[in-house]
Ligand binder design. Structure first.
Ligand SMILES: C[S@@+](CC[C@H](N)C(=O)[O-])C[C@H]1O[C@@H](n2cnc3c(N)ncnc32)[C@H](O)[C@@H]1O
Length: 186
């Protein structure tokens, strides 16, 4: 049952992404890296825990959706947050939400493209994109400072060796969390 829900969700995500890729040049932005599917809160909690977020650190959520990862990081770990969101509609709602919560001093929501983001200030980067999208982000992730952590929900970063991989079950669906740690550059 759990395996089948995971498969169904993966097919749904993949088919939305495929549709976007197939028709992207005609109807949608080809830089759309993934559909608007939020990470369940229990998975967010485990992602931030495994990232060992410290007070004052800066967490980037690429494709921040409703901002839940950054809001949790600010509230629970006293971290700063930067969210990059391509959809204007989602960006406007999330920026308004962050402001209404009084967190706009800690969380910056940017209407922009994750593929053109300078990640050098990031201590932690969170991702919930398809593996093929993560692949496109690798040149940016390669510039992270040693000690930075990347936490990816459900989709691995090909060619990178995770420090940890574990499962979190939410509403009967199994989610996989990948933790990557940036080693000193050689
Ligand atoms: C799967 S959702 C993840 C939302 C949030 N990070 C979470 O885990 O709850 C992906 C989000 O990325 C946004 N997105 C897709 N491509 C993007 C891009 N190139 N730059 C910025 N945001 C993007 C989508 O609009 C959507 O809100």
């Amino acid at each position: 049952m759990r395996a089948s829900t995971t498969v169904i969700r993966a097919i749904l995500l993949a088919s939305v992404a495929l549709t976007q890729q197939t028709f992207g040049q005609q109807f949608k932005n080809p830089d759309n890296l993934g559909p608007d599917v939020p990470t369940p809160q229990s998975v967010v909690d485990e992602m931030l825990k495994v990232a060992r977020v410290k007070p004052g650190e800066t967490v980037y959520d690429l494709g921040c959706g409703d901002g839940r990862i950054l809001i949790t990081a600010a509230q629970k770990y006293d971290a700063k947050g930067v969210g990059v969101e391509m959809s204007r509609d989602i960006y406007e709602k999330t920026a308004a939400r962050v402001k209404a919560m009084g967190l706009d001093g800690k969380i910056q929501v940017i209407h922009g493209n994750a593929l053109h983001t300078d990640l050098t200030p990031a201590d932690v980067v969170t991702l919930y994109f398809l593996t093929s999208s993560n692949e496109r982000l690798k040149p940016l992730l390669a510039k992270l400072h040693p000690g930075a952590r990347v936490v990816s929900h459900d989709y691995a970063i090909r060619g990178w060796t995770p420090a940890q991989v574990f499962k979190v079950t939410s509403m009967g669906v199994v989610h996989v969390v990948y933790l990557y740690e940036v080693k000193p550059h050689s």
